[in-house]
Design a protein around this ligand. Structure first.
Ligand code: MN
Length: 748
């Protein structure tokens, strides 16, 4: 008797359980025939009838745990497969899938009666059914390996197996509790990821929701209750959206289908419990799906939707031009409804929709219906399986395979084991520190090291799927290190570390924050008298409540205030309040110096006319530089050099990416620009004079000039000058380099 099927006739505990014998979970042969008729696809009904009679006879005396006739199970599995668009052979194999395993009939007999193709499918399924699930890794590895091999031989084996597992999950209520949890865990960890990788979303989502119900019944019930509470509101909300979109697209798009839905409980669960968000913080609980006939219409609909509702920046994803690895295609965007509720919109064609829902199975639909082969896309699906098997060919260790397959199934996550065998999953790239904090903040805070597969690893060790990780803790541990904030990957770990520092180390935070702030001020040439500093900071919009200077330093210390974010504001305010005609040495303006033109800044900011432009002082960009604009709060757009340290390397993952705008130089405008140079050379008599003479000789306007001694007999001159572009600047630097004793001239 198969151990993965809930077909053992075992009544323990059944009486207390709910509705597993509910006929809504089953389909009889009449239902199946009706679905086949209405599917519009071609099936060989004579062969299907024969298989049904055969299976009916074979299972005649058997019952499910629920007490219902056993035959209802294979028929229900076949029903799921017709829904997925699978072919006659798959339906027959589904009807017969437990016959060899659970009755006297042999594979040879099946082969004689239904042909070798069907016999091969059943053989594959029977072999899969023999695998016992166990928490032990090697068992699981063997399980996966067999599935992969079956997949590469005939992918239909896996699709039938998925349908079989899905039906067992629907009727799992009849099992004993421990068994339910075991099966649910295996479904969540192995079967749902395979369904996902094959793009069979409908099956994947149902499996995840069903599994979650048994793996975390409390969490599941909580979300379900929350959703039920708001069900009425939600329905009217979605009805309004549909009406608004339909109304606007009627004249433009011929044929449009709109449906609204709530995301699966499992996906809400992941976002609430695993990412620590509350239900109202999740943007895409509501999803509206728009299906049209052509790809052009997809983009038209997108335009209409962005016109009706305000899009949330950086939530737009074009999976039409760049499909996901499982061939999923759609446009995704998140917009804000007129009621202020954000919702996600998915836009796709019917073809894309079938691929999205049924994945690889969708390609069978065409094959069966039209008779043509959809070989290319099938091969694409299968190449993934083959690749894994190939890389594993020489490997004797089956657990390697588990790592490979699991990582490949979900590249954004890693699964690791605690020494007790608990599975913890984390975002890819997570370190042992992330794991420690995922277990408990107390574990993280008392962590002194970690072992991976029984070997000590560095604290920034990135975890890989399948590893067994032990966190080493000590009661008298000193607590987290500040450096950890730069190492950790998860926001959970980061915020737990910050809150530790906030609570435990105020004095240290103040000292650390003060030192860091002073360094930063010095670097920026900002000099504010100590007794004015507190008042000055009150004028800077800091976003978090800071009452005293110590609060401010402490916040820098524990990371609540990030200096790189506020320094531009501090610099601006400092310029406004302190930098009037200042005490720096400003040489007299030469008579022939060109006047700074007032018209135009020489910069064009994309999508903005007539905008106030200013050049940031951190990098003083000059024409020819690659530049970018930053929309300041109330001071127009500040232009930075692309290489400036204040420009994030990757704008899309920056804190406020939508405030960065593209900008370029307007070539027609000749203007002068300020730039700063640092000149280092031997501190000899006349060094400063030589530099300023050389600049005057080139008719360079000097804005500021400072000179100071360096300890080793050298001197450093900081000079701010006007140049017209990078070419001009190069000439200036080259000329300065000819002065005797100069060792370097660099732009700051
Ligand atoms: Mn079965």
């Amino acid at each position: 008797m198969s151990t993965t099927d809930n077909n053992n006739i075992n009544n323990t505990g059944v009486s207390s359980l709910g509705n597993c014998s509910d006929m809504r979970h089953y389909n009889d042969y009449g239902d199946l025939k009706e679905l086949i008729r209405s599917s519009g696809l071609k099936f060989d009904m004579a062969r299907i009838d024969k298989a049904y009679r055969y299976a009916y006879e074979a299972h005649k005396d058997q019952r499910r745990v629920s007490g219902l006739p056993y035959i209802l199970h294979p028929v229900s599995v076949a029903y799921i497969l017709v829904g997925l668009g699978m072919d006659t052979d798959s339906i027959i194999a589904a009807l017969l899938h437990d016959v060899v395993e659970d009755t006297e009939i042999t594979l040879d007999e099946i082969s004689k009666d239904f042909g070798s193709d069907i016999a091969l499918l059943i053989d594959g399924l029977t072999k899969l059914a023999k695998i016992k699930y166990s928490n032990r890794e090697e068992q699981q590895a063997e399980n996966l390996r067999k599935m992969l091999i079956a997949m590469s031989n005939d992918i239909r084996v896996i699709i039938i197996k998925l349908a079989d597992r899905l039906h067992n999950m629907r009727t799992i209520e009849c099992m004993r509790e421990q068994k339910r949890r075991d099966i649910a865990l295996e479904t969540m960890e192995v079967y749902a990821p395979i369904a996902h990788r094959l793009g069979i979303t409908a099956v994947k989502e149902e499996m995840e929701d069903l599994s979650l119900r048994y793996l975390d019944p409390v969490g599941y019930a909580e979300i379900e209750a929350e959703l039920n509470k708001t069900a009425g509101d939600r329905e009217s909300f979605i009805a309004d959206l549909k009406a608004e979109i339909l109304d606007r697209s009627r004249d433009v798009i011929d044929d449009i289908y709109i449906s609204g839905r709530v995301k699966s409980i499992h996906s809400i669960y992941r976002k609430t419990f695993m990412k620590g968000k509350t239900i109202d913080e999740i943007y895409d609980i509501f999803a509206v799906r728009v299906i049209v006939n052509t790809m052009t219409d997809c983009y038209n609909v997108l335009g209409i939707i962005h016109d009706i509702y305000k899009p949330i920046p950086n939530r737009f994803k074009d999976y039409i031009s760049t499909p996901k690895p499982n061939m999923y295609q759609s446009l995704h965007t998140t917009v804000i409804s007129h009621r202020g509720i954000p919702f996600e919109v998915q836009i796709r064609t019917w073809d894309m929709h079938h691929t999205a829902e049924y994945g690889i199975a969708a390609h069978w639909k065409y094959k069966a219906g039209v008779g043509g082969k959809d070989g290319d896309s099938l091969d694409e699906h299968l190449s993934w399986v083959r690749k894994i098997l190939e890389t594993q060919k020489d490997s004797v260790d089956a657990t390697d395979l588990v790592s490979t397959i699991k990582t490949d199934l979900n590249p954004n996550e890693v699964f690791v084991f605690t020494p007790k065998g608990d599975v913890i999953n984390l975002p890819a790239g997570s370190t042992v520190i992330d794991l420690a904090y995922a277990i408990h903040s107390a574990v993280g805070n008392s962590m002194v090291g970690a072992k991976v597969d029984r070997r000590i690893v560095p604290i920034d060790y990135p975890l890989k799927t399948g590893e067994i990780v032990e966190i080493l803790t000590q009661k008298e541990a000193q607590g987290p290190k500040r450096d950890w904030l730069k190492i950790v990957r998860t926001s959970e770990a980061r915020s737990k570390i910050r809150s530790w520092f906030k609570k435990e180390r105020r004095e240290e935070n103040i000292a650390e924050g003060k030192a860091e702030f002073e360094r930063e001020l010095k670097k920026n040439g900002i000099n504010i008298p100590e007794n004015e500093l507190e008042d000055f900071l009150k004028k800077v919009n800091l976003k978090i409540q800071v009452n005293t200077l110590d609060d401010f330093y402490a916040a820098i210390g524990y990371g609540g205030i990030q200096l790189w974010k506020i320094m531009p504001r501090i610099r601006d305010l400092y310029q406004k309040l302190y930098v009037k005609p200042n005490t720096e040495y400003v040489p007299p303006v030469p008579a022939e110096a060109p006047k700074r033109k007032k018209v135009g800044s020489g910069v064009i900011v994309e999508g903005m006319d007539d905008v106030l432009i200013k050049f940031s002082r951190c990098c003083n960009p000059v024409p020819g530089d690659d530049i970018i604009g930053f929309i300041t709060r109330g001071y127009g757009v500040s232009i930075h050099n692309r290489n400036c340290k204040n420009v994030p390397r990757d704008i899309t993952s920056a804190e406020e990416p939508d405030r960065w705008v593209s900008a370029h130089w307007e070539h027609s405008v000749r203007e002068v620009f300020q730039t700063s140079l640092e000149i280092i050379g031997m501190d000899r008599t006349g060094f400063l004079a030589d530099v300023s003479n050389q600049l005057s000789a080139m008719h360079i306007m000097i804005r500021t000039l400072n000179c100071r001694e360096l300890p080793d007999g050298m001197a450093i001159i900081n000079v701010t000058i006007d140049v017209t572009d990078t070419g001009h600047l190069k000439t200036v630097i080259a000329r300065l380099n000819t002065i005797s004793g100069i060792t370097s001239v660099t732009r700051k």
